[in-house]
Design a binder for this molecule. Structure first.
Ligand code: SF4
Length: 368
């Protein structure tokens, strides 16, 4: 199992209040800073001359890869190091593959695409059986024979309880016991579907625990939309907030007199506000400021939402010259920044908007 910074710190001189604590010989200001860097592989254990043999052994153990990674035309499968996402992060999302047996089916699968939280998503791997495909290099397509030769472990779908138990015990043996016999990425193959709801329930569980690849003999758009949505949530790295591009978004063909809103580039905030603006009976702009994917209040407290940064964003997009409206509506949670913002941005007056996105429609109704 990978070591966290705190686990490493426990073995360093500062944690034991020993001689040489925080001596800086490793190049980090404290033992804790060194431990955190080491956990992220940003430094070498040999940089600390006082690291104990016990720590060296534990650390070199933690570097051993628990599960192998395989790659199919750029699609990475496996390579997991932890049992739970909150321990660190999951590495490669459960890949979704479909076996197709005719050109017609192939077109249906290849045409399936959804966009969610700014990601374009579809079927990860198409496996053809009984016919050959040519000139479709933009898609990840392999033959069934090629698929069978991949170094993957097949966990047979032998009923829900049995399959789930096999998936869990395989992953535990790979991660906790680092048992070579369980180091191959695993897949579950579903037979022809008689009941998509049942397949959806099983596949949802197997995505959570612990299939690296799911192979379906039948394709269904609703099934894949559900699974892709679940998978996107499970495999989001909790250390990297989902973010959207920082720019000026337009809703319902705005002109120079349209309403102007502002928020940060945290994806959940953006989509909540964007949905409201889309359904307004009036057009609007939404200025999305760069904030490393933080929500408005977090961004403000981390100094990622500052008056200077807002002024810079407006300047970057030359926004003042594009509109006659001189009022920007900011989130209600940032009401305390009104004066600071107005002092920094000469061209615009700041209006305090709503705290919650769902209140925007009522706010606009009463807005003069
Ligand atoms: Fe701590 Fe070792 Fe770095 Fe000194 S060299 S600060 S003991 S980690």
């Amino acid at each position: 199992m990978e070591l966290s910074g705190l686990q490493i710190f426990k073995y360093l001189p500062a944690a034991k209040k020993a001689e040489n604590s925080n001596c800086k010989k490793c190049g980090s200001p404290t033992c804790m800073a060194f431990a955190l860097k080491l956990a992220k592989n940003q430094t070498k254990i040999s940089s600390c001359p006082y690291a104990s043999d016990e720590l060296k052994e534990l650390y070199s153990d933690s570097l051993k890869q628990s599960q192998k990674t395989i790659e199919i035309n750029g699609l990475k499968i496996g390579g997991e190091n932890v049992l739970y996402r909150h321990e660190k992060t999951f590495i490669n999302k459960t890949a979704l593959a479909v076996i197709v047996q005719s050109e017609k089916e192939l077109e249906r699968v290849l045409n399936f695409k959804i966009t969610r939280v700014s990601e374009n998503l579809g079927v990860d791997l198409v496996i053809t059986k009984g016919f050959e495909v040519q000139n479709r290099k933009e898609f990840n397509i392999i033959s069934y024979d090629e698929f069978l030769k991949l170094p993957l472990e097949n966990i047979r779908d032998g009923g829900f309880t049995k399959t789930a138990q096999d998936l869990i015990s395989t992953r535990i043996n790979a991660i906790k016991n680092k048992d070579e016999n369980y180091s191959k990425p695993v897949y579950v193959q579903f037979d022809k579907a008689s009941n998509f709801n049942e397949i959806c329930a099983k596949a949802s569980f197997y995505i959570c625990k612990y299939a690296n690849l799911l192979v379906f003999e039948d394709f269904d758009e609703a099934l894949f939309t559900t699974l892709i949505t679940l998978r996107q949530n499970i495999f989001t790295d909790p250390q990297k907030p989902l973010q959207v591009e920082s720019k000026i978004y337009e809703f319902n063909n705005p002109d120079e007199n349209s309403l102007i809103f502002m928020t940060t580039n945290f994806a959940l905030t953006f989509f909540a506000v964007a949905n409201e603006l889309e359904s307004l009976p009036v057009p609007s702009y939404l200025i999305v400021t760069p904030a490393d994917g933080m929500s408005v209040l977090t961004a403000w407290s981390a100094e990622k939402f500052t008056a200077k940064m807002v002024a810079k964003t407006l300047k970057k997009w030359n926004f003042a010259s594009k509109v006659k409206n001189r009022k920007i509506i900011i989130p209600g949670l940032l009401a305390h920044m009104k004066e600071e913002l107005e002092a920094e941005i000469d061209d615009f007056e700041i209006v305090i908007g709503t705290i919650d996105a769902f209140a925007i429609a009522d706010f606009v109704k009463n807005y003069k």
